[in-house]
Write a new protein. Sequence first.
Length: 386
Amino acid sequence: MRDRWPLLLAALTMLAAVRVGWAVCRRQVWRRHAARARWLEIIPPVTATPAATVGLWRLLATVLPAPRRWALRPTRIVWEVAADPDGLRCGLWLPPGVNPTAVVRLLHRGWPGVRAAQCAPPAVSTVGAVVALAVRPTRPEWLPLVDDTTPASRRGMDVAAPEDDRLRAVYGGLVSAGRTGGALLQVHLGRAPAHRLRQLRRAMTHPHYARHPRGVARAVLQATLDLITPGLGIRRNPTGRLDPYAAELARQARVKFTDAPHLLVAVQTVAVGPTRAAASAAAADASSGFGLLSPHFTRRRLRRGTRALVDRWVPVSRMSLAGIGDAAALAGLPAEPTAYGLPGAASRRRAATREVFRTTGHATDGPDTAPVEATTVDAPTVWSNP
């Protein structure tokens, strides 16, 4: 056995070298791929409801192809909000392979009244006092990431109430970070692969057997530890049924499974300030607003994260499985975008109500309208008595 230790050490060294070489090659390929991307600046409508945002991301999910497990260039869309002393800018980062014209058409269908145009992406500073943070969920990914993603239904004007706007803290933090020096919020979205959906389907019936996604090195280490160390088995109910806690987990997994299409989501923020303490406080202020969406979010500092934000790169293992409601809640707009410094569109879309109802066949009085002679018998209208 002692004679085989050098062979085992050589095999592990070779495996580590292959793993590092694969990661470096993948980053280089992605960096060249991201250099040809386009940035679509969005001028949001006057009002943006959560229901309209959910419908928009259902449409945008159709332009993302099905992912492959070992793809060097995964197709992702990045929702970005840039803050500076002049105000806020929001837009979509589109990699090669995603047609900007098709995205603009989907934007008009999902957010009536929106305007979009291609322009230069916001710059991300890589020198000076820069702090990057990642917002990650603390509970298993087969559970909903956001609490109560069902948008509230309102009558009359298509405007969400201030208390229903759960992104107000996020955009308020971005405005404050913009006064400090600057900030950038990125929400990476891509189609969920098949093996991640299999974990979700397994959690629908056996939540105890569902596992967290992990890399190759972590999987090999976990399998080795399982072989050489004893562990406690899973406690089973003598009646063959799940306990109430496991049944509740399975129910939540089924709710998430019905919220199709499913995406992979990663949230990152970067802030710039005069000092490192100021930049850290600005990044924490911008990312702490996601606590209104769910209390199960935590923040972690990214080492060398500014370069990853410039390249718009996130490893698949660092992305979380999300339903379309979760994705719309994370990558959305506040109820009143202009209140946070975002440029507003010139038109407002109003819902059809009784106040704006007009009957056909009658001319309205105006300075250029000729008077219409009154007739003895008017044509019946919807307001006429039978």
